[in-house]
Each structure stands twice: as structure tokens, then as C-alpha cells.
Design a protein around this ligand. Sequence first.
Ligand SMILES: Cc1ncc(COP(=O)(O)O)c(C=O)c1O
Length: 437
Amino acid sequence: MGSLSLEMDFEPLPMTPRSLAMTPRSLARRRLFPNGENKKQKVAPPGAGPRKNLELEVMEPGLKNDGPSLDTILVNYLDTLKQRVNYHLGYPVNICYDHYATLAPLLQFHLNNCGDPFLQNTVDFHSKDFEVAVLDWFAQLWEIEKDQYWGYVTNGGTEGNLHGILLGRELLPDGILYASKDSHYSVFKAARMYRMDSETINTSVNGEMDYSDLRAKLLQNKDKPAIINVTIGTTFKGAIDDVDVILETLKDCGYSQDRFYIHCDAALCGLMTPFINNMISFKKPIGSVTISGHKFLGCPMPCGVQITRKSYINNLSTNVEYIASVDATISGSRNGLTPIFLWYSLSAKGQIGLQKDVKRCLENAKYLKDRLQKEGISVMLNELSIIVVLERPRDHEFVRRWQLSCVKDMAHVIVMPGITREMLDNFISELVQQRKQ
Ligand SMILES: Cc1ncc(COP(=O)(O)O)c(C=O)c1O
């Protein structure tokens, strides 16, 4: 597994038709992009502070402009990003995708996967063949036969949640949405958008759904079907709701399979749990699963994958004559580049590569937790999680510098595949220093 190469000098390319037609090799020769070799990430010296928003305006070509040129602005911007990537600890983004240079020439084409991935297009500028390959891969991972599933590459985990919950509502129109209070905010956004009745379920200290509260609320609303959002890796604490306990609870409360729908939000952990404990499986009566593609796997653009049962999708599908297709997705135009990035990453890494990433991240998370504990800092790490929750550092500058996400008196570090022990050591020593002050 490699990392972004941060040691190259940036040489701007003039934006001419010739540069747009460049091959990866010529891009690498121009050194605009590194050649994809795995280079060790160079940790920037302390002092690389948070990025300041640029004061920009769109320039008018030909008019006199006293400020820096377009190229200078972009070079400086890129330079800041290259520094700041070493301090990217608080959000779940995998910054390792060495293959972007290989795929860069695709940017010369507008690729749009509008409509259903499985239907023929009237236009050739799409990547639905790559999209279906990616979907097949996930279908196999989550144990559903090719002819039994439907899915698409989304714009991210949020779109997957909006889609999964909409499927639930279309199947069970008077259903109540149940979601734990540690669910991602997009779940409650869906409830508001679709004007659904919802119940917020308590969580235990580690962030996992409180099943006794779920039971009590299911029993209170027994006359209405249940649409349940199950989080496989909560956003802040990385807790995993137990699908099996939830299914058992539904059964105990008298909900038959035609009176509930389960959507699994596995934005971060959907690509981790299959390699440690295969809890996500369509052999169980679940309705849909979603992940974010830019999270554990890594992709320069936000994206995600949504998989559901084929038998459910007709409830959402509409014929659209204009695109000569059927559409059951949330957005209209869909990014045609992201399925290729996902396809390339999955093929280059394979299940073995992913498994290695999972193992390394879990070990690094444990390393961070143990080191913080030794320094007397309160810390929590859920089982099978790479999210280390710690006391919120008091210094706002420190929080901003390390790009930490904070909730109340807690902060967290998400130990993603691109995070090295060197970065963690730097973080720990600065934190200890800051606490002394
Ligand atoms: C559990 C969970 N669900 C959904 C999302 C939203 O994903 P995205 O940012 O890809 O829309 C996140 C993002 O952090 C998440 O943690």
C-alpha cells in the first residue's frame, strides 16, 4: 500500500488542448503527477499551520490583473494541501490512491452514468460497465446473487442513506423510522425530507444502539411497520449496531418480515467488517447496505455504493423517455469517473490488500490508544474500530491544526490507511506538549 507522494516539485501545465490529451507517462515526465511509485510520506516540519481560505475571484482573460497568475494560485494551493495532508487525522478519508496518475487522462472526457447502471445507454460517454463490475464485487462480498440484487454507485454515504430509507418508505409507506441517536445526521435528514415519523433510540456509552430502548419503542408502535437504520460503525465512536440482536428484537416484538425494513449504513466499516467478522449479509432479512467509497477504500472524489434487493427496486423505478432509461437513483447526472476509480482500486488491492489495510489500521489505532493512555489522557476505542476517541484538547489552534472533529468534551482520531505511526507519534508528542502548557 503506498501513499501520496509529497516530495515532487509541482510544475504547472499550461492548459492547452495538448496538455488535456496527455498520457500518464507524459504527465509523469512533466512531473505534474508523481509516477505512482510508492514513496514514503514526508512529514512536514511543525509549523505547517491550518490552511487559510483564499480570497479569490474569477479572472477575466485579457484584462489587466495585478494579482498572482492562475498557475501561481494553483501551485500555492497544491503546496498547502501537500503540507496539510500530514495533519489529516480527524475525518474518515483514505488519502492513498497512487493510481490517480494512471487515471488522470480520463479527465479529458465527460463521463456520465445517468440512469440505471444495468440498462444500455444511448450515449457512449459512460462507465456503466465498470460500475456493474464494482456492484458485482460488493454483491459477492455481502452475499447476494447477481440476479437477486440491484445497486448503483452513489455520490457518497449520504446518498446511500437517502436511497435506502426511501426504499423502506416506499415498501412500507406508513412505517416509522428507528435510528439510534449516534446515527449519521443524514439519516435524520432523510426523515425530515420524506416527512416520516421517526423514533430516536438511545445509545450506550460506547455509541451502540440501546436494544432495550429499541424494544420499548417497537412495542409502543406495534400497529405501524418499522424501518430501521442500523449503523455498522458510528460516525463519532465507531460503534457497531448488532444486526442479529435487532432482528431478534423485531421477532420478539411480533414484527414479521413483511412488516420491517432494515437499511445498513456501513459508510466507513462496510469494507472492514467483512474481513474480521462477516456481519453484513443479505442471507439475513436486510433490505439495503451502503458504504462511502472515499472512506476506507479511498478515492479523490466523494462516492459510495448502494446495494439492495432487485425485488424492491421496482417501487422506485420510473421510465424516463428523455434518457431512454429507467431511473431509480436519487440524482440525475451521475459521476462516471468514480466507478472507474473504485474498480481500479478494488482490482489493484484485492481482498488480500484490503485485509492487510484493516489489520494495519486496527493495530495503529490500538497503538495510539495505548500511547495516549500511558500519557494519562482519557481514551476509548471500540472493538473492531479504528476511531480513537479522546478528551477534547483545550487549545483550539491544536484542534484546527490536526483537523480534529470534536463533539462536546470529546475529539477523535480516525486511523485510516494513509496514517503512519510517524504521524501518530508527532500528534502524541505535540498533544503532550500542548497539555503541559
Ligand atoms: C456512519 C456514516 N454514515 C454516513 C456518512 C456520510 O457519508 P458521506 O460523507 O460519504 O456522505 C458518514 C460520514 O462520515 C458516516 O460516518
